[in-house]
Design a protein around this ligand. Sequence first.
Ligand code: ADP
Length: 439
Amino acid sequence: MAEEQQAGPGRPSSAARRIREAQVVLVAAAAVALAATLAYGVPPLAALAGFVVVAAAALFSGRNRVRPPPRVRTVQAAPLWPDTGMKLAVEAISDPCVLTDSAGIVRFQNAAATERFGPPRPGDPLSFRIRAPELLAAVERAGRGEAVEPVHLVERVPTERFSVAAVTAIRGGRRAGADFVMIRVADETERVRMDRMRADFIANASHELRTPLASLTGFIETLIGPARNDEVNRERFLRIMLEQAGRMARLIDDLLSLSRIEMKLHVRPSAEVDMVPLVGHVLEMLAPLARENGATLRPDLPDHPLVVRGDRDELVQVTTNLVENAVKYGRQGGTVTVSLVAEAGPDGAPGCLLAVADEGPGIPAEHLPRLTERFYRVEADDSRRQKGTGLGLAIVKHIVNRHRGRLQIRSRVGEGSVFSVWLEAVGADAPDFQKMSSP
Ligand code: ADP
């Protein structure tokens, strides 16, 4: 029998085990049969038959039959649902965050995800709302319990947007794969934009420096080579070299200014600066340049102080850059008006408005939003001819931002441009500020 074949060398056979298990019944049955014969005169054959029946019943009854080993029931754990604690934790994450089960079915999403991907529809596959094959593949792998690298996503419409999705398997410990997959999408657009800007900036700065450097190298080679004894051209070449060296120096100065301002961009200047004498000083400094360009500088300044909180050197630089541009790009023989007035900001804060108006050809509207970008020029050749670096307005914007002020550019083609800077005034004690605050 199969059962007996299973018995190993050291184990008792199944028949022996049955006899041992039924031995109490067998002994009792034998005693009863003996007593019945001896005490009650039951015929021995009948007593033996009775014993055999009881013994057979004891040996082959169901109770003694070898039971098959208990079958181990494999319990398939039911998929978990996100509990309240988990939902609260996911809700507290500021980035869009979606929870799916291991099959990629959406179970929960936070408010930021609703804003980004639309209202929640638990039960929908993730693929209904996010159509990025790499992300869906990552969610599938995470659902199997695999570790997954962050996935970089790029959207082109409606605007270019860069994100990185962290896909994490969450295990409750009861299943082989993941119980949940958490997808957290962080917006990287600003970082990518900054990286691009930095790369562009380095490329532009290198290009701007390389041009005069190449010119200098060329003239040096000429002077030590073919023009070694050329008395006539030597001086002309040296003048060009001086000009190119000056261009490099201006560029390096502007680059250093930008980097200095950027380093303290988050620290608001605290000194008190009267703008009236400051603007007067800048106009005096630029009088020779104005003469050279045939421009007339017309100051329109109040006869009382207009004190702002700021950094004097930086405010001199702002005023210089704006007046210099108005002279350089304004009309030949035209007037540049530089005015200072007390003017409240949009929130009513007392302030001071510096406006530089020229009568130049003006700037076409499409260029206006880009004028403060580094190295952005409307007419590159004109700028270089005017000893421009393309950094002047970028520096102005940075300084104004550091002062928590505002730069406004208005221009009309054929009529001229007005560059104005609003700065917050110190206190409201100046007469004009008092006038401003009264109804
Ligand atoms: P740049 O060193 O070339 O002058 P800026 O950053 O100061 O650089 O100015 C950027 C560009 O804006 C200039 O190249 C010029 O094309 C234009 N621009 C600036 N100011 C004026 C102005 N007052 N009138 C016309 N165009 C101007």
